[in-house]
Design a protein around this ligand. Structure first.
Ligand code: PLP
Ligand code: COI
Length: 336
């Protein structure tokens, strides 16, 4: 395949193979690779009618030593099992999830971007309800699919600042609702806000849906802020437990930062020296400004990534690319 790896953005490149496994009569079938990217899906499938769907996102990296490393896939498997539980779907067993990822990688090795290009191989595991139903309720048949695609940076530029906009018109997810799960509906419900922000070259920072007082998260990432020697990140029942954030919290502690996860009032941004979105797709994406257009307030963090977040960004990337020791066993070297 002839791919200009360095100019890839966060867009889909068709892989040769995807991996699928069905769940019928209470049993998962063994994952298999197929070149067919289309589903023969019943028009009344519960994923279509009632949004019974969950997904994941994880990456494989070509390291400095030429080896391929998959980052913390077991955490994605655990989170997908929680999303499945949240939407009354059959959980994908961890070993099956792992076998599907490994098979997707093995069948698409030429899609792992070369070291130094800034691109990675992204896996999009997807779980959908396939039982035909009209009566409101969950189905009993499911399909698990892994779609690999090489991707570049989520936000344009490698380590570059993005402006976020706060709005109080569109809520992403309610407290104790589906925000804690990685389900498609959360993203669809945020489109009205995110598309408006994208038109202005920005992204959205969502507040808690109950009071619009506290920071929840970004549209596709957790929020982190640096205040003095403290790494601050929101605690909320409406946000996704980010694996990247979890990794960064560990690294931050090792760097001597105090790590605090608590409710964060929007106005506290004024006391922060650095802020960023963090997630698998966006890694750490520094924020230059948060604009609260309704209140006419802008919180500024400087046009360049700050020193603390830069250090964390490089520490994480060094582990992912095999440039630093992986003390926590976060990466799995893929042996063919
Ligand atoms: N929050 C949301 C809404 C996301 O879509 C993502 C991306 O997966 C994250 C947070 C970050 O999670 P992770 O670091 O596990 O990718
Ligand atoms: C990720 O960071 O992996 C995501 O899935 C976020 C988004 C692209 C949906």
């Amino acid at each position: 395949m002839n791919i200009d790896w360095s100019s890839l953005g966060f867009h889909y490149t068709e892989p040769e193979y995807i991996v699928r496994a069905g769940y019928h009569n209470g049993k998962w079938e063994e994952p298999y690779a197929t070149t067919d990217k289309y589903l023969h899906l019943h028009v009344s499938a519960t994923c279509l009618q009632y949004g019974q769907e969950a997904f994941e996102g994880l990456k494989a990296f070509r390291g400095i030593d030429g080896k391929i490393r998959i980052f913390r896939w077991k955490e994605n498997a655990k989170r997908m099992a929680k999303s499945a539980e949240g939407l009354f779907m059959a959980p994908v067993p961890e070993e099956l999830f792992g076998r599907a990822i490994h098979l997707a990688l093995e069948k698409n090795l030429e899609l792992v971007p070369p070291y130094g290009t800034g691109a990675t191989l992204y896996f999009r595991p997807l779980l959908i309800g396939t039982t035909p139903r009209l009566g409101v309720g969950p189905g009993k048949d499911f399909e698990f699919i892994v779609i690999p695609s090489p991707i570049g940076p989520y936000y344009p530029g490698k380590f570059h600042c993005t402006t976020f906009i706060v709005n109080r018109y569109v809520d992403r997810a309610a407290p104790y609702g589906t925000g804690q799960f990685k389900v498609g509906g959360n993203y669809a419900s945020s489109f009205r806000a995110t598309e408006a922000a994208h038109m202005m070259g920005c992204d959205c920072l969502f507040l808690d849906a109950k009071q619009h007082k506290f920071i929840d998260e970004c549209s596709a990432a957790n929020f982190i802020g640096i205040k003095g020697n403290e790494y601050l990140t929101p605690k909320s029942s409406a946000i996704l437990p980010s694996i990247t954030n979890d990794s960064l919290m560990t690294l931050a502690k090792e760097m001597g930062l105090k790590v605090t996860r608590r409710r964060i009032r929007l106005e506290e941004l004024a006391d922060m020296s650095e802020a960023a979105a963090c997630g698998t797709a966006c890694v750490i994406s520094p924020i230059d400004k948060v604009e609260d257009t309704e209140k006419g307030v802008t919180y500024s963090f400087g046009d360049e990534p700050g020193p603390v977040l830069s250090k964390l960004y490089h520490a994480l990337k060094d582990i992912q690319y095999g440039r630093a020791e992986d003390k926590h066993g976060w990466t799995e070297v893929f042996e063919i």
